[in-house]
Design a protein around this ligand. Structure first.
Ligand code: NA7
Length: 544
């Protein structure tokens, strides 16, 4: 028996799972502001979440830097050293590490520690969380910041295991990989593929982009910000963040209220052109006109403008045809640093895998249906994520009555407010299903603050736990579906509706009502003493 390692059990007030943007702020709030005994764990070898894992060349946030950060501490904001309009992964990761140190959180974060199981005990009102490091946590509160986009989606092609070169997914990028002089294949051309292709082409010997669906992309317009702009961002701290919290997509600009066809064709062209020159995917979709995401005719006008730009940029007619989207402009809007231009390079080629699918993989590379072997040294899968609930259903989380979250979500992931799900009391999700679809840090802050407030309410009023009423959760799902149906987003097959994973049920996964409205619903819930939740006493009351 002496080689059996005893499991250590640690009792806590709160366990935070995940040390990305959400988990870091949650830990700070619970420990430093609310005085709770809280610990965070993360399966990664460092903090940073998405920005720890996505170290691929070209990785860049496509939210503007002045709003892609925390706003909870004005002094922290003042000290952020960023100088460009969009920030690269390396700088974001350094920032998050700086935040961890600034608030003395590092010693309370257990890295390389993954949650494997979590179970709620109704009688004691505690969560027991097992990890893959032999330590078990027992805690009144469980806050999960597992990452919206972190469960990687790796395609399965016959013979993939036989490939002799390097096979990598952009969401688990190895630090030692140098693509200089290599023959590189990239599958996928979403946000990530777009960035990795553009950044890799200049250093690779040859790059082949395997594309299934062409996407609309506009220039990012990334640049150094002037001293004046940097000063303005800091000086206008209150006004800027007030604007963000009272907007829809929280990107730091005022969304347009002008319908596309209310202006002349010349004026329309001028507005699109200005947005093209200014840069930014969200600006192009939401700052130009009010109806691009809702009215098919307006959507087509914007799409036509982008198609005309692709036609101007891409020289080879066949490559141009493959790169030109013909469907709705209704996925998460992309922006780039010269994506279409990259396909004019002599060392870049494109294979349209809808017309000529990948047949199998050999030791040397990828074979397509036409029999061609595309020889490569490195195969990069920029194939996205099992988004939103992917990381939840991979772990055995059991709530009241032993129901697993996977069972609870058999018809698709649901929640109330993107944070709580019925039957799983005192478990709060940061960026859970049906949370707001926005620039993420402002939504993360909103949720973390609400979760902190709710935890405070539970502890100070001694009610043990709160569980969402099942009907409330169903109503919230309906609200999210109704709002989504008023937009064009559900009509495009993308990860926003779970349509990117083979076999995954297509469901609504976001609240598209905007941050302002979302914040007001949260404030009402808290100020009316949580009418959508049952207390432990109410939930355990025997049926009359
Ligand atoms: P996305 O947006 O889900 O893009 C994934 C890409 O990979 C997309 O082009 C897919 O083509 C392609 N894909 C996926 N599986 C396959 C297979 N089996 N064969 C060929 N091509 C495939 O993920 P990203 O990482 O780019 O971006 C996700 C979010 O991260 C982004 O929106 C930002 O918020 C940050 P498809 O379009 O499905 O035909």
């Amino acid at each position: 028996m002496d080689n059996v390692v005893p499991t250590k059990v640690q009792d806590l007030d709160a366990l935070v799972v995940g040390a990305g943007f959400g988990g870091i702020y949650m830990l700070h709030k619970l420990r430093n502001e609310q005085g709770l005994n809280a610990v965070a764990i993360d399966r990664a070898g460092g903090v940073g979440g998405t920005w720890f894992w996505n170290k691929y060349p070209g990785a860049l946030s496509d939210s503007e830097s002045f709003v892609y950060q925390y706003s909870f501490d004005r002094e922290l904001y003042k000290d952020t050293p960023w100088k460009t309009k969009f920030v690269p992964q390396r700088e974001i990761l350094a920032y998050l590490n700086g935040v961890v140190d600034r608030y003395a959180l590092r010693e309370h974060i257990q890295l390389e520690t993954g949650m494997t199981e979590a179970e709620f005990d109704e009688s004691t009102g505690t969560w027991t969380v097992q990890t893959d490091r032999g330590i078990t946590y027992r805690s009144q509160f469980l806050v999960t910041g597992l990452g919206l986009l972190s469960a990687t989606n790796l395609p399965k092609f016959e013979g993939m295991d036989s490939f002799k070169g390097r096979l990598v997914h952009t969401g688990a990028w190895p630090e030692d990989l140098d693509l200089t002089g290599k023959r590189v294949g990239v599958i996928g051309n979403g946000s990530t593929g777009n960035q990795v292709i553009t950044a890799t082409a200049p250093v690779a010997a040859h790059l082949i982009s395997f594309q299934r669906t062409p996407q609309y992309s506009v220039p990012a317009g990334n640049r150094e910000l002037s001293e004046q702009e940097l000063r303005n961002h800091k000086d206008n701290f209150d006004a800027n963040w007030d604007q963000v919290r009272n907007s829809s997509v929280a990107m730091g600009f005022v969304e347009s209220s002008v319908p596309t066809f209310s202006v002349s064709p010349e004026e329309r062209e001028r507005i699109y052109q200005r947005a093209w020159e200014e840069g930014g995917g969200f600006r192009f979709m939401f700052e130009t006109f009010s109806d691009i995401a809702t009215d098919p005719a307006a959507n087509e006008e914007a799409a036509k403008f982008i198609r005309a730009k692709i036609a101007e940029i891409v020289k080879d007619p066949e490559t141009r045809r493959h790169l030109t989207p013909t469907d709705l402009y209704a996925r998460r809007p992309l922006c780039d640093s010269g994506f279409y231009e990259t396909f004019n390079r002599p060392n870049v080629s494109l294979v349209n895998v809808k017309e000529n699918p990948i047949s199998h993989v050999t030791e040397e590379g990828i074979v397509t249906a036409d029999g061609t072997l595309h020889e490569i040294d490195v195969l990069i899968c920029a194939t996205g994520f099992d988004a939103v609930d992917g990381n939840y259903v991979r772990v055995n989380i059991r709530g009241r009555d032993g129901e697993s979250l996977k069972e609870h979500w058999a018809d698709g992931p649901t929640s109330y407010l993107g944070m709580a799900t019925s039957g799983f009391p005192n478990m709060y999700m940061i960026l859970g299903p049906n949370g707001p679809f926005t620039n993420l840090p402002p939504s993360i802050e909103t949720q973390v603050e609400w979760i902190g407030q709710t935890i405070s309410h539970i502890t100070s009023s001694n009610i043990g736990w709160l569980d969402v009423k099942p009907g409330t959760e169903t109503d919230w799902t309906d609200v999210c579906a109704d709002i989504a149906d008023q937009t064009l987003f559900p009509k495009a097959a993308s990860w926003i509706f779970g349509a990117n994973i083979p076999g995954k049920k297509r469901t609504v996964m976001f609240y598209l009502g905007g941050l302002k409205q979302y914040r007001s619903i949260l404030a009402d819930e808290a100020s009316s003493d949580y009418p959508s939740f049952l207390t432990a006493a109410e939930a355990l009351e025997p049926a009359a």
